[in-house]
Design a protein around this ligand. Structure first.
Ligand code: FES
Length: 141
């Protein structure tokens, strides 16, 4: 019984460490925070949460995450420099004339907590207000 309890305690500690390493992605347009595992693809997370990633062009036709259609834009509005995976060569090509904080969701892996705006090509009219509200809320690491 004692051996079982010892093993259970070790397993519980490991689960605790894993749980602590979860990332939080805050979607400011949707006023939603989602917990996810580091390494998760941002496009897949958005789709899993049934959030609207695509504008009209992307709704009518997108590449399904292959990095070819340039319709899965997001902008990074908060987090650390290393919250997301580095920009891929596909993004460097496809985002040449876009703001520096834009990414292609399908090319982006989550490393730690971040603040994201979906569809930055058509920002909400109250974007500045949403950003201020987000800045005042601490982002879990
Ligand atoms: S879904 Fe086509 S580039 Fe991301």
């Amino acid at each position: 019984m004692l051996i079982f309890w010892s093993q259970f305690s070790k397993l519980n500690a490991k689960i605790g460490k894993i749980t602590k390493k979860m990332a939080t992605i805050r979607f400011i347009r949707e006023d939603l925070e989602v917990q996810c595992n580091p390494g998760e693809n941002l496009r897949e997370l958005v789709m899993k949460e049934n959030l609207q990633l695509y504008g009209l062009k992307g709704i009518l036709g997108n590449c399904g995450g292959a990095g070819q259609c340039s319709t899965c834009f997001i902008s990074v509005e908060g987090g650390t420099k290393n919250s997301l995976s580095p920009t891929t060569s596909v993004e460097e090509e496809k985002l040449k004339n876009r703001p520096e904080n834009w990414r292609l969701a399908c090319q982006t892996l989550i490393k730690s907590s971040a603040v994201i705006l979906t569809k930055p090509q058509s920002p909400p009219s109250n974007l500045q207000e949403l950003k201020k509200i987000s800045e005042n809320k601490k982002l879990p690491r």
